[in-house]
Ligand binder design. Structure first.
Ligand code: ADP
Ligand code: MG
Length: 467
């Protein structure tokens, strides 16, 4: 009986099932309720506005095919959106039959949080912020002035500034996480309208997304993120090359942005250098403001040390402070680490920190850094970074994708190890020392003119620092 809505929808499902994966079928088609059939107009009920958009974006062809088979070429499809939680009706984007005539709105299950906590409907929204990161304890300097000012503006008026999204970028340990967490903490403490503030690293976001697929709970995952008022996504460079995760983030992003929610992101490099990122996502990043954080200058470093010492209720001679600020110039995290370990030493041994202690600490830090960097380590790190094989870097290939990393690895081997040129050549499949000299020379020259290469090398050096 062709006029029975259930029957027509079942016919559609047969076609759909043949054309989409099992997973997509479960996620996107099983939840649909056939609602009404008026002549050749099939009206289906979907759980949310987002769900409708997703279907239209991804499955319009399949749906057409299904309608052709079930109703005929002149079959039409319309959507109606299930009213969530019995509260206000959502806007309906297709003419639908009046609700009174239709089936009762389906009961909405509470959304399961991907953070593995109880459905947040029953409890206060958990922000995953560390409340020790505030604007008060963030030292301002030329290196971070714009980023800090923009962050502060966003914190005071989320989503009403033109800084939406706000994207903060800069090298490792320069205070990106601190700053974006300060935004979150400020909003949590001061805003009544933006209650659901969420901090999440891109790494965690990705693993939650993968879990959601595995557990067939993508809808919950989406619904969870779509209820956030201020989404702080840290280290988006981690999404590079992860197409599906990016696509999902793209939809969440659009939804939040359209609903007047604030989005804040960080990255270790400027958006234009984020390779493996979809263009449509990159173009979204440019809608708001992109602000960088540079390595702090000497005065800022001194101020940061003073702050830290004060926070710990301790004291430190200014000559020691200056000495430390001179020695560690590129990474605030490392600077803090040294200050804290010195303070701990001093309190354990009940001594005041003098210059000798500081020198000793810096010396052992340098030694620690050097000790672990072996040539194998370098080769492994470089091949991993460029996603090439160790056998290739040691092999004969002249492909550019391999030649440049090979030269970079030789260059770093010279810089970080005490091996002779001959020995370095030996580790790269028995190349001779003139090849190694040529490689080092090439990289040295290129670094002055090729920004991308320069930043790749900086990134690699950071990796060695962390080891
Ligand atoms: P990133 O996320 O850029 O790698 P973090 O935000 O984790 O860096 O910062 C590393 C450490 O340095 C944190 O403990 C942070 O509090 C501190 N820090 C960085 N910049 C500043 C600053 N301008 N003022 C005070 N502390 C800072
Ligand atoms: Mg960080």
């Amino acid at each position: 009986m062709k006029n029975d809505v259930r029957q027509v929808w079942d016919d559609c499902l047969v076609v759909i099932r043949e054309n989409v994966s099992e997973q997509s079928f479960k996620t996107w088609f099983e939840p649909i309720i056939p609602f009404k059939l008026i002549n050749k107009r099939l009206i289906i009920q979907v759980p949310s506005q987002f769900f409708y958009e997703w279907l239209e974006d991804h499955y319009v062809k399949v749906l057409r095919k299904a309608l052709d088979a079930a109703i005929g070429k002149d079959g039409q499809l319309e959507y109606t959106i299930i009213i969530d939680r019995g509260s206000q009706p959502k806007p309906q984007n297709a003419p639908a039959a009046p609700a009174a005539a239709g089936p009762k709105p389906a009961e909405f299950k509470p959304i399961k949080s991907p953070f593995d906590i109880k459905p947040f409907k029953d409890q206060a929204f958990e922000s995953f912020l560390n409340n020790s990161y505030t604007f008060e304890n963030y030292v301002e300097g030329d290196c971070n002035r714009l980023a800090r000012a923009a962050s502060y503006a966003v914190a005071q008026k989320p989503s009403t500034t033109s800084f939406n999204p706000l994207m903060i970028y800069g090298g490792v340990g320069l205070g990106k996480t601190h700053l974006v967490q300060a935004i979150g903490n400020f909003i949590v403490n001061n805003s009544d309208n933006f209650r659901n503030v969420l901090y999440v690293s891109s790494e965690k976001f990705t693993s939650q997304f993968i879990n959601a697929i595995r557990e067939n709970s993508l809808q919950d995952f989406m619904a969870f993120y779509m209820q956030v008022d201020v989404l702080i996504l840290d280290d988006v460079q981690f999404l590079s090359g992860k197409e599906k995760t990016q696509e999902t983030f793209f939809h969440i992003f659009n939804h939040l942005h359209q609903s007047g929610k604030q989005i804040v992101m960080t990255s270790d490099r400027p958006p234009r250098e984020l390779s493996g990122m979809e263009d449509r996502l990159l173009s979204r990043f440019k809608w708001g403001l992109t602000a960088d954080i540079q390595a702090p200058d000497l005065e800022t470093r001194i101020a940061i040390i003073h702050n830290k010492v004060e926070e710990e209720n301790a004291t430190m001679e200014s000559e020691v402070v200056e000495y430390l600020a001179h020695c560690i110039d590129s990474n605030v995290r490392e600077l803090e680490g040294v200050v804290i370990s010195l303070l701990a030493d001093a309190s354990l041994t009940k001594r005041t920190i003098d210059l000798d202690m500081a020198k000793h600490r810096i010396k052992s830090l340098v030694e620690e850094n050097q000790k672990v960097i072996s040539i194998d380590n370098i080769i492994e790190t470089v091949t991993d970074y460029f996603k090439i094989k160790i056998t290739d870097i040691k092999g004969k290939t002249r492909l550019r994708e391999v030649v440049v990393p090979r030269q970079i690895a030789m260059f770093l081997a010279k810089e970080y190890t005490s091996l002779s040129l001959k020995a370095i050549g030996y580790h790269f499949g028995g190349r001779d020392h003139s090849t190694v000299i040529h490689a080092i020379q090439t990289i040295n020259d290129l670094m002055d003119i090729d920004k991308e290469l320069k930043s790749q090398i900086d990134n690699l050096k950071e990796k060695f620092k962390k080891k």
